[in-house]
Design a protein around this ligand. Sequence first.
Ligand code: ZN
Length: 58
Amino acid sequence: MKQFNCGDVVPGCSVRFRFESEEKILEAVGQHARKDHGLTEIPPQLIAQVKEKIQPAA
Ligand SMILES: [Zn+2]
């Protein structure tokens, strides 16, 4: 399992993601960014930041 806290990249956001793979997390983060952060597309540097903060989860 992998996990990611949106607050690590977007200060103040408390949404957490937990999925079996990095790909699934990136997909969910993309949807969340569009829906809750008003991004129409996800910039590559944001994806890079997210990948950096993805942690292994038990
Ligand atoms: Zn967020």
